[in-house]
Design a protein around this ligand. Structure first.
Ligand SMILES: C[S@@+](CC[C@H](N)C(=O)[O-])C[C@H]1O[C@@H](n2cnc3c(N)ncnc32)[C@H](O)[C@@H]1O
Length: 250
């Protein structure tokens, strides 16, 4: 882990605590820096974090930049919605048949979570990478009307320790191979470097399948990716596949 660089020194264009008009955002930035210093993550690939806009922009040492903005990034967050009954991802979740409360174990950029919330689901998303979590929190602050809650936690521990009130669990670990992605290539490279491969995915899935109240567990895979565990059924698209498991409830 490369946490030798102080997190504070990565932040640039931070608001000034001494300026009355910048006081609130400066205080928020302070809270963020403290959060990142407490929850250590690998900073070795990061060049700087630019705080000059509401959503932080993160630059890596290879010149890739990365940010999350639910309002401005229309390509990822303003998809054309057909209906809860017809969308592939929604059909995989049961199209409301099992209930609308979704626990998304892998927030990532929340592209799926935002889409599901826009379709009418009530979504709780977990993210374990502190920097991604903060970028998501900033994006959500600018779009508070979404029925989406983002929690900083590791899914494995959360499933073991917290009471689960969701109807369906959704799980989208990093694909094991290169795949077409909604993100431009440089952003995908950045994202992969930052979060790494989700090698604990099988253990997380096994834990999810033990939750007694959950009616279905859905795992998103690229179409050619190997299964994590043998599913009961699947819903297939052109590029992705959803492996479906009956929850412990059924
Ligand atoms: C492939 S991305 C998810 C993409 C997401 N479905 C979207 O629509 O943007 C995987 C994300 O889940 C996070 N993640 C992976 N395993 C996790 C776990 N066990 N607990 C919490 N977050 C996890 C990673 O840090 C990464 O940000």
């Amino acid at each position: 882990m490369g946490f030798e660089v102080s997190c504070r020194s990565l932040f640039v264009n931070t608001p000034n605590l001494a300026q009355p008009d910048q006081f609130q955002s400066a205080k928020k930035t302070e809270v963020w820096i403290e959060f990142l210093e407490k929850n250590k993550f690998d900073t070795s690939s990061i060049e700087k974090i630019d705080m000059s806009s509401d959503c932080p922009v993160i630059y890596d040492k290879a010149g890739n930049k990365f940010s999350i903005d639910f309002n401005k990034d229309k390509q990822n967050y303003a998809k054309k919605k057909i209906s809860i009954k017809k969308e592939l991802i929604s059909r995989a979740l049961g199209a409301g048949k099992y209930g609308l409360r979704i626990l998304d174990l892998t927030a990532g950029l929340c592209i799926d979570a935002v889409f599901l919330a826009q379709l009418g689901y009530s979504v709780v998303s977990l993210e374990r990478n502190p920097l991604i979590y903060l970028a998501l929190t900033a994006a959500l602050e600018k779009k508070p009307d979404l029925d989406l809650k983002i929690i900083f936690n590791d899914a494995y521990h959360y499933l073991k320790e917290q009471p689960i009130h969701s109807d369906v669990i959704y799980f989208d670990p990093m694909f094991p191979e290169k795949n077409k992605s909604a993100l431009p290539r440089q952003e995908m490279v950045f994202f992969r470097n930052l979060v790494g491969a989700d090698e604990d995915a099988l253990n997380v899935l096994k834990e999810a399948l033990l939750i007694r109240s959950v009616k279905r567990v859905v795992v998103k895979r690229s179409i050619k990716a190997p299964i994590l565990l043998k599913p009961q059924s699947e819903v297939k698209g052109k590029l992705v596949r959803f492996d479906l498991y009956a929850g412990a409830y059924v």
